[in-house]
Write a protein that binds this ligand. Structure first.
Ligand code: SF4
Length: 62
């Protein structure tokens, strides 16, 4: 699976990075970014949890 963070929607709450630091990290703009593309199978559940918990639905399928 692949995911992206819509930079206009991300409010830098840090929740995705807290839930799944293997896939999400801060970028130079202080927003969240996806660091694994594609996302390895063993991290999919955790990445999907982060996606569903994002308060602004910024984590999306490309
Ligand atoms: S959970 Fe959503 S709003 Fe919060 S840092 Fe991650 S992508 Fe941005």
């Amino acid at each position: 699976m692949r995911l992206i963070v819509d930079q206009d929607l991300c409010i830098s709450c840090g929740l995705c990075i807290e839930i799944c630091p293997e896939v999400f990290d801060w970028n130079d703009d202080g927003k969240a970014n996806v660091t694994e593309d594609p996302i390895p199978e063993e991290l999919e559940d955790s990445a999907q949890e982060a996606q569903s918990e994002c308060p602004t639905d910024a984590i999306q399928e490309p």
